[in-house]
Design a binder for this molecule. Sequence first.
Ligand code: DC
Length: 226
Amino acid sequence: MAYYSIAIDGPSGAGKSSMAKAVAKKYNFIYVDTGAIYRTVGLAAHRRGISCSDETEVAKILPELRIEMKYDDKGEQRMYLDGEDVSSDIRLPEISICASDVSALPAVRAFLLDMQRAMARTNSVIMDGRDIGTVVLPNADVKIFLTASSSERARRRLLQLKEKGINEDFEKVLKEIEYRDKQDSSRDIAPLKPADDAVIIDSSEIDFDGTVALISSVIEERLHQN
Ligand code: DC
């Protein structure tokens, strides 16, 4: 049986995960949120009181970690660390920074590579991250690079937080986004950048439904060519 793979890369807060979820539902693909895997490593380091950017210390704990990705009955991806469901804890702001820090370490990227590729070997997947089209699935059938201006991404993030009853300061959220953009794009290994054959979509001025429609048209065009 042939499996298809769709890669969606882009900076934090560009809407990759909501797009990927909508597209997965529409085409009956499995959605794989690879950022959640880096976040789980970040959480493990944070819980042990290790500096998230210390490669020697972080590399030491990797073989001890039991990281599992499972899907609940609603089809939502859940992350488990040593048997504990950590799907909420990995979303804490301090863990976002730690995830970005550990993701710059070659030892961590090598450790997580096969886990991500294994999902695409046995399922049709839509996978979101930073290096899916460039490193994890260089032969993906469709590659999308989804972006938006940093101020628009901060505005959307504030709205999401507000819906959860959390009031945050715009400047603080913008700073966190800019910190991660800079770090994720400037690292030596697997930096955030569009694959040569990716379709770049800037959603700053397009709403949710418009972006789903645009991505769907790219997917249909590419999959029909294959
Ligand atoms: O997508 P996210 O914000 O949940 O990702 C958390 C961090 O993980 C992000 O700052 C960069 C890193 N990451 C990565 O380096 N490569 C990926 N494929 C996915 C995420």
